[in-house]
Design a binder for this molecule. Structure first.
Ligand code: ADP
Ligand code: 5GP
Length: 222
């Protein structure tokens, strides 16, 4: 919670279908906000590629995860693709105490839970590519996924976007990278100044254009 004069913390929840550009945007945001930290989730899945313990995830056994659930260590957790993932309460407490920004890379159901648990501190942002066709182009461009896997990712993307479009605070269309980055920065600046009791009219106007109901997402209509 923020107190008069202290910098207010912010829980910046980013959700997106795979391939939308969330990782790219999150890293750019972090580079321009030295006080921002990535929330490192715990997961039961095995590390992939160059992933490192403590940096990408806390990799834990199924038993250890169940213990953490029983201890109430998670602010939210969910099963995604057959593995469990959870956000540690300790990360949130430390971020808010220090008046920092925590960036969360979690799915839409997890974002909804965080929003419910921390209504004053959490802001939810859905990142979408300009269209399903563009998402398909990016997925094909970045990976060697088979057609089958790409089709499954696209179907999952449609469901995730449809849900986020009806529950998230903001929608950032990642058409041109610099423009999307500016939108995300405006949202964070506006939400932070609001919580600190200061006005930032420029950020407020830019953020307002990203409010869920203001964004034209007809390209995502089924
Ligand atoms: P995610 O983390 O959402 O899965 P990534 O950040 O890995 O997505 O981005 C997926 C691919 O799309 C990457 O190859 C990235 O370079 C590319 N990309 C990201 N943003 C844009 C953009 N605005 N325009 C074109 N390509 C983009
Ligand atoms: P991946 O295995 O590709 O790293 O992540 C799979 C999915 O789990 C992604 O959609 C990611 O956003 C989501 N995820 C990662 N950590 C968490 C978490 O702590 N909570 C929830 N609800 N989802 C998470």
């Amino acid at each position: 919670m923020s107190s008069e004069g202290a910098r207010p913390g912010l829980l910046l929840v980013l959700s997106a279908p795979s391939g939308a550009g969330k990782t790219t945007l999150a890293h750019r945001f972090r580079a321009t906000h030295p006080d921002a930290v990535f929330s490192v989730s715990a997961t039961t899945r095995a590390p992939r590629g160059a992933e490192r313990e403590g940096a990408d995830y806390h990799f834990v056994s199924a038993e250890a995860f169940s213990r953490l659930v029983a201890e109430g260590a998670f602010a939210e957790w969910a099963e995604v693709f057959g593995q469990r993932y959870g956000t540690l309460r300790s990360t949130i407490d430390e971020t808010l105490r220090a008046g920092r920004i925590a960036i969360f890379d979690i799915d839409v159901q997890g974002g909804e839970q965080l929003h419910r648990a921390f209504p004053r501190d959490a802001v939810t942002v859905l990142i979408v590519p300009p269209s399903l066709a563009e998402l398909e182009r990016r997925l094909r461009g970045r990976s060697t996924d088979s057609d089958d896997v790409i089709q499954r990712r696209l179907a999952a993307a449609q469901a995730e976007v449809a849900r986020g479009l009806s529950t998230y605070d903001y929608v950032v269309v990642n058409d041109e990278l610099h423009a999307a980055q500016a939108r995300l920065e405006a949202i964070a600046a506006h939400e932070r100044s609001k919580r600190g009791g200061r006005a930032d009219p420029g950020a407020a106007a830019a953020a307002a254009e990203c409010l869920r109901h203001s964004v034209d997402v007809r390209a995502w209509a089924p």
